[in-house]
Design a binder for this molecule. Structure first.
Ligand code: ATP
Length: 576
């Protein structure tokens, strides 16, 4: 374990060095919009160039933008409006060594800009540094710079809330972050990613953090299980999804699990799959990005600090062990590829492509039983949560169950659903559903929809005819990997398990076509009769083939019968 304190941010560019902000349209960015923004300005002032103090700038702050106009230049060229939607922070500081009475104002933006060498956009860093020297003494100049820094920070926060979707709070400021990093995740570059991107970004956003580098499997789990959580406002993972799986389960193993699991969780992609990070980026409405660009986008969302509820799925394994999952349960093709491709880890995300090619060549089928509790079309959905203003007393008190759920317009099941494979549970259930309580090693809410694994599923469940499957995938986020949109209709807090299965009989080309379509999330439009989809609250999977792989959140668990139930909004996720 290493502890580190972030150093101060470095490097600057002056307004002269910046192009027009390339974010999506903002009234204040347009030509006559600049005038409108200035008219509604909350603050106006005159600053000089941070480099040598020669050029002078008229600066105005509105609810939406920080606009900088070179004095003497006509509006348009020489005027830059920095949208607050792209701002991560702003700070004031005195001139170095006290030789000068001036103070400085620094604001940090990450607008979406066209890439230099390829199509599309990515968030790119812009630093605005201005000199405040209009007052005679150093203290007065610093106070003026601080006044601006506070105003920019407050306006940015208000802007984030205005745009927030399903928001149930925000991390406190300053936010004390426990940042857990797995140095072995992905291609083993998480530490470099921290130094090159995240350290500076968190410093700019004034997020003090302590870095914990894990040195073995289950290290993160133990750390959060034993941690004094009153010391931390958020737990952030720079790693793959496997480390977050450990953190979630470490929190759920605590005596105070109910409170502990409310600790805001954040994820920064450092692994090879990075499914949750890709999902968060997608939920935020951001363009598709991957690799380091996804890291910067997720770093930006983390810096904004808005919280959304996160569903967790409680899973009971054959041994009686209970685990909590935020991403997926997989059996068959998907699980095989995930685990078998571990040996190609050094090639990064391409490992999944290699693994897919290998497994397609030796396509397997698995015999098993599947049953689930569907979410009916008519089932009442929890009311949609609207953003609460940052000053609202309820905003920081969001309880897991009171956080709302977005309306989901997706169909309950695929129109391609081959009815012949599904039957309602005609077997009389020998007992009424009884809660399956947390087992000895786990705390957590009771699973009121499940009965013990050695009993038949309840009568209102749907039982799939016993047969051969190519894959079963239960997923609760939109992405299964950075480039796999397995359930584009899913949301972090929709209270649903999105259950897909592919039946035996599918040809290799048809399966490949499905997997390729999944990159764009269009697999349900392929017209494949072997692919079935249901939205469910609970499920049971009983593999009958003697050998196979089951994964939970990409981690291999014991092979055998497993059942699961979703718990809506049990955790909280930083989604920006
Ligand atoms: N220092 C370490 N050395 C070896 N394994 C570790 C270490 N720290 C954590 N682990 C384990 O590594 C496993 C994989 O980690 P993680 O999910 O972060 O990376 P990944 O597998 O590359 O990413 P992804 O899940 O996105 O594919 C986890 O089970 C975790 O417990």
């Amino acid at each position: 374990v290493r502890l580190q304190t972030p150093p101060a941010a470095e490097s600057a560019s002056t307004p002269d060095g910046m192009d027009e902000d390339a974010s999506e349209p903002d009234p204040s960015r347009q030509r006559n919009g600049v005038a409108a923004a200035a008219a509604a300005a909350a603050l106006r002032g005159e600053f000089s160039d941070a480099a040598d103090g020669t050029a002078r700038y008229a600066v105005s702050l509105t609810d939406r933008a920080l606009t900088v106009q070179k004095i003497g230049a006509s509006p348009g060229p020489g005027t830059v409006a920095h949208s607050l939607r792209d701002c991560v922070g702003c700070r004031a500081f005195p001139a170095e060594g006290g030789a000068d009475a001036a103070a400085y104002l620094c604001a940090y933006f990450y607008p979406w800009r066209r890439r230099w060498l390829s199509l599309g956009t990515a968030r790119q860093r812009v630093e605005l540094r201005l000199r405040v020297a209009s007052l005679p003494d150093a203290r007065a100049n610093l106070e003026e710079a601080e006044r601006w820094a506070r105003a920019v920070g407050d306006a940015t926060r208000r802007d984030a809330w205005r745009r927030g979707g399903v928001v149930c709070g925000e991390v406190p400021r300053p936010c004390r972050v426990m940042l857990l990093l797995n140095p072995q995740s992905g291609r083993g570059q998480a530490q470099i990613l921290y130094t090159t991107h995240i350290q500076r970004m968190l410093t700019e956003a004034a997020v003090p953090h302590t870095l914990f580098i894990t040195d073995r499997q289950n290290h993160a789990r133990e750390l959060v299980r034993e941690a004094d959580l009153s010391q931390w406002d958020a737990l952030v993972i720079l790693s793959g999804d496997g480390l977050l799986f450990e953190v979630v389960n470490g929190l759920m193993e605590r005596e105070d699990w109910e409170e502990a699991i409310q600790t805001p969780l954040g994820i920064l992609p450092g692994g090879s799959g990075n499914a949750l990070a890709a999902s968060i980026n997608y939920y935020s409405g951001s363009p598709y990005v991957y690799g380091e660009e996804l890291l910067v986008s997720c770093g930006f969302l983390l810096a904004r600090g808005l919280l959304s509820p996160l569903d967790l799925v409680s899973l009971h394994l054959a041994s009686g062990r209970r685990v909590f999952s935020f991403l997926s349960l997989a059996w068959g093709f998907v699980a095989d590829v995930d685990i078998e491709s571990e040996r190609y880890r050094q090639v990064g995300t391409i490992r999944f492509m290699v693994g897919t090619a290998v497994r397609l060549a030796g396509l397997r089928v698995y015999q098993g039983r599947l049953a689930f509790l569907p979410i009916s079309e008519t089932e009442e959905k929890p009311p949609e949560q609207t953003s609460t203003s940052p000053s609202s007393p309820t905003s920081s008190l969001c309880s897991s169950m009171s956080c709302g759920t977005t309306a989901d317009t997706s169909p309950n099941h695929s129109p391609l659903h081959p009815d012949s494979t599904v039957q309602s549970n005609t077997l009389p259930s020998p007992c009424h559903p009884v809660s399956v309580k947390g087992t000895a090693n786990h705390k957590g809410p009771p699973d009121s929809l499940l009965v013990p694994l050695d009993q038949s599923v309840p009568a209102d469940w749907t039982v799939v005819k016993e047969q051969d499957f190519v894959l079963v995938l239960a997923i609760y986020q939109s992405h299964l990997a950075e480039d796999l949109q397995a359930a584009p209709q899913a949301r972090a807090q929709d209270g649903a398990i999105h259950l897909y299965y592919v039946l035996e009989g599918i040809s290799r080309p048809a399966l490949l076509q499905l997997l390729l379509a999944m990159e764009r999330g269009t697999h349900m439009t392929c017209g494949c009769p072997y692919l079935v989809y249901h939205r469910v609250r609970a499920l049971r999977l009983e593999p009958l083939s003697p050998q196979g792989v089951i994964t939970v959140d990409g981690e291999q668990v014991e092979y055998g019968p497993v059942q699961a139930q979703v718990h809506g909004g049990l955790a909280r996720l930083i989604t920006g």
